[in-house]
Design a protein around this ligand. Structure first.
Ligand code: ADP
Length: 459
């Protein structure tokens, strides 16, 4: 595969050559169409002036005169009636001219050789040093008739200009090629750096450094690339943390179960001790079961594979059924419940939303105080439904409030350590609310209580 660098250089130089050829065609056409008639006219006038001058000065030596003028930049061909031919000035590269042309000029016609010089694609007639590329005028001197053919001596007149333009062209081409080679390096280098960065990223090294000071598309691309690298690094960290959390949360109940089953094997145990150990083992099994259920749910929420089964249902009734299930737990803690749950029809995934309310209500009970209070309400507002869970529990400080939706995050305080939990509930809640296109807000004051408001759009 040819590198982008080589391709870019080749294409740019190709464009330069192509533009050069095209420019030559265009300017040649311009010379043929516009400049050639003008050039012919101008030289015809000069030739006629010379003819007039020689006619008015019969005493002067014609050949000497023409020789003199040729030295200031003209080439002449003179032929007389007897067929005697003479050349003045620089020789013509090609000096074929038909006899009939000579005859016609001797008989008084004007020959427009410059105007009628054949048009060729790659030849600019202006430079063709040929006898055919001249103007011819009749000339009379000392009653002798001549035909005078003239063209400017381009080499003599424009030699320095030729060299100058030659240098100009050569330097332009060489400098352009050098510039293209250098500027392409400047353009392509960051792409090579991006490729190296991509390789190092795919090898798991997220610490990539790129030049993002450029304010062009490549700078923008580098910036997006760095952003992507940071995001990938974060995701990788989250994945590692997740695995270590899951392993820990599975390992600790398992070792508890193992320890207590070993104890159960002791023959000296009293029936009370036995039943105590069995209930501890059951508790740990329940914890493991909740954890695996929550992990499975999170995995399916992560896959996002259209797990939503939307249908219309009565939200108020769903909440009342849920509250009924937890009445005994609230009674155990002497928690009073107040609710306002009108019949509101809502379209969403009934089972997933039940998980949301279940989590919010169990948290409101778990993190409440004895003799506390819980208020649940549903309200319709504009094009959404607001579901509020307010408790008078232990509350959260600002730092904790920011992190409660993270997976496995649990507030680590003396008051929460004894409460059962996995730290996955609220992250599941947030995922489900997001799937419904809704928002979840939390307001909390430490030691006073917490309010969760779920805002779901009515589709
Ligand atoms: P857990 O299984 O630990 O309850 P959650 O994800 O449901 O996990 O909640 C995360 C943490 O947020 C909890 O450990 C708890 O510290 C805090 N929390 C959740 N709900 C409340 C609440 N109503 N009042 C006070 N703290 C709460």
């Amino acid at each position: 595969m040819r590198s982008l660098y080589v391709k870019f250089v080749v294409i740019t130089i190709g464009i330069m050559i192509f533009s050069g050829i095209l420019a030559f065609f265009i300017s040649n056409t311009y010379y043929q169409q516009k400049l050639k008639p003008y050039n012919d006219q101008k030289n015809t006038k000069i030739a006629l002036d010379i003819a007039e001058f020689t006619a008015n000065h019969p005493d002067m030596n014609l050949k000497e005169y023409l020789d003199n003028i040729s030295s200031i930049g003209y080439q002449f061909f003179l032929v007389d009636n007897s067929g005697e031919e003479s050349y003045f000035g620089a020789p013509f590269r090609e000096n074929t001219l038909s006899n009939s042309t000579k005859e016609q000029v001797l008989n008084g016609d004007i020959f427009h050789g410059i105007l009628n010089f054949p048009q060729e694609t790659f030849v600019t007639g202006f430079f063709a040093n040929e006898l055919k590329n001249t103007v011819g005028v009749p000339l009379t001197h000392n009653e002798e008739k001549y035909a005078l053919f003239l063209r400017p001596d381009i080499k003599l007149l424009f030699n320095e200009m030729h060299i100058l333009f030659g240098w100009l062209l050569a330097l332009t081409i060489i400098l352009s090629i050098i510039m293209v080679i250098l500027s392409t390096k400047y353009l392509v280098n960051p792409i090579s750096k991006l490729t190296t960065a991509t390789k190092s990223l795919s090898n798991g090294n997220f610490n990539v450094n790129l030049d993002i000071t450029r304010h062009d598309e490549i700078g923008e691309l580098s910036q997006s690339f760095l952003l992507m690298a940071r995001k990938l690094e974060q995701m990788d960290d989250m994945r590692k943390e997740f695995i270590s959390n899951v392993s820990h949360d599975i390992q600790s109940p398992l070792s508890n179960i193992k320890g207590y089953t070993n104890l159960l094997e002791m023959e000296s145990l009293s029936p009370e001790e036995k039943s105590n150990y069995i209930s501890i083992i059951n508790g740990e099994i329940k914890r493991l079961s909740t954890l695996t259920k929550q992990l499975l749910l999170l995995a399916s929420l992560d896959r996002d594979e259209d797990i939503m089964k939307r249908k219309s249902f009565n939200l108020g009734k769903q909440m009342k059924d849920l509250v009924r299930n937890y009445q005994w737990q609230m009674a155990e803690k002497d928690i009073t419940l107040e609710f306002s749950l009108p019949d509101i029809e809502f379209t969403g995934d009934k089972s997933l939303l039940n998980t949301v309310w279940d989590n919010l209500l169990t948290n409101a009970i778990k993190y409440n105080k004895t003799n506390g209070c819980i208020e649940i309400s549903i309200k319709e507002k504009d094009k959404s439904v607001l579901v509020t869970f307010e408790d008078t529990g232990i509350g959260l400080n600002d730092k904790e409030k920011e992190r409660i939706f993270e997976r496995f995050y649990r507030v680590d305080s003396a008051r929460t350590r004894s409460v059962e939990g996995t730290g996955l509930g609220l992250s599941i809640v947030a995922d489900i609310v997001k799937l419904h296109g809704g928002l979840i807000h939390v307001n909390s004051i430490e030691n006073e209580g917490t309010t969760f408001v779920v805002e779901l759009p009515v589709s």
